[in-house]
Design a protein around this ligand. Structure first.
Ligand code: ATP
Ligand code: MG
Length: 327
């Protein structure tokens, strides 16, 4: 059995359905009407210890619902979840001390307390031994650059500072598993980088298993080896980023600078884009060998510089979300 096992999990919400206007509101008081929203439809996956998995999908796909079931906040309607030998929603008390949860949209810190006091409170709640606390506290202050605001009340922090404090708070007790639900939302570029390298380092150094939800593909590219895509409650892809590019026929681009003005002959299966008389781009699918394209160019022309780039993952994702790709 894997470290995290999710089997045929389903979750349906009951949403109150009101008629319009005041008559509808009054009618609803007497005979409330509901409709069902299937947020997660039969999802299965497994994750090994120490893995770092990016969990992505369009708005409303069911990511947060899945994270809530994995962290024991919600019960699934059917199916099974076992995380590190525990059923999260049944053994919640013993489970919370072994996991960390970060909801970017919602702070878990005490609004009026200085960050440091909020951390101390968590230390007491989770009975974190002094040595573990001290080691994590010192490390996190440095890695997340928090020294400047650690004495400030949480309500005075900027969004990026608050997010860093929230992430540190979720990890102070050295959890085995951490769930991040949009931990970089609203954070500037530098802040995002700090968060990404922190997450990566904790994953590698402490062997923490992590699931990371985000709408920023850079987050995924820079931190995760594996990506899981969910769309309308169903899993549509699970694999490496390379496999994702392969599966959806992502293109590669070869940018070439020639020694002198050059008119190139067409290469079969390769699209040529002229930037100017010395710079051209050659774009081709994965069925074409990059060596063949380079060999042909080098044989025919004098080349000054060459640069190969992988398809931008955003365009691959766009293709999947728009329904062009099928898994
Ligand atoms: N408490 C709730 N009651 C009723 N419906 C809900 C509730 N929470 C979520 N939903 C619905 O379930 C579906 C999945 O929502 P969920 O929050 O899991 O999506 P998500 O993938 O996290 O989206 P986002 O990227 O916007 O955060 C949506 O259609 C949403 O409207
Ligand atoms: Mg969400």
């Amino acid at each position: 059995m894997s470290f995290i096992e999710v089997k045929n999990v389903r979750k349906t919400y009951r949403v109150s359905k009101r008629g319009s206007g005041i008559p509808g509101m009054i009618a609803n008081l007497f005979v409330p009407r509901y409709e069902k929203k299937e947020a997660v439809k039969d999802i299965s996956f497994s994750i090994e210890k120490g893995e770092m998995v990016g969990f992505i999908g369009p708005n409303g796909a069911g990511k947060s619902t899945t994270i809530k079931m994995l962290s024991g906040i919600l019960y699934p309607d059917s199916g099974e979840i076992i995380c590190s030998g525990t059923v999260p929603y049944r053994q919640r008390k013993s489970y919370v001390g072994r996991i960390g949860v970060v909801f970017g949209q919602k702070s878990q810190l005490q609004w009026d307390l200085p960050v440091k006091d909020s951390f101390e409170l968590l230390k007491a709640i989770y009975s974190v031994p002094d040595s573990v606390y001290k080691r994590n506290y010192d490390r996190f202050i440095e890695m997340l650059d928090m020294a400047g605001f650690i004495e400030q009340p949480v309500r005075q922090l900027s969004l990026g500072q608050r997010m860093r404090a929230d992430i540190a708070a979720a990890l102070l007790h050295s959890p085995e598993i951490v769930f991040f639900d949009e931990p970089t939302i609203g954070v500037d570029v530098m802040g995002k980088e700090a968060i990404r390298s922190f997450i990566r380092e904790l994953n590698k150094e402490d062997d923490v298993t992590m699931i990371f939800t985000t709408h920023d593909m850079q987050d995924i590219e820079k931190t995760c080896d594996r990506v899981m895509i969910i769309d309308d409650g169903s899993k549509v892809f699970d694999g490496t980023l390379t496999a994702l590019r392969d599966r959806y026929g992502a293109e590669r681009k070869l940018d070439v600078e020639f020694m002198c003005d050059t008119v190139t002959e067409p290469i079969s299966g390769v699209e040529t884009v002229d930037t100017d008389s010395r710079h051209k781009s050659f774009i081709f699918g994965r069925e074409i060998h990059i060596n063949d394209v380079m060999a042909e160019l080098m044989q025919k022309y004098s080349i000054r510089d060459i640069n190969i780039s992988e398809a931008d993952i955003e365009s691959v994702i766009r293709k999947i979300y728009s329904g062009e790709g099928t898994a």
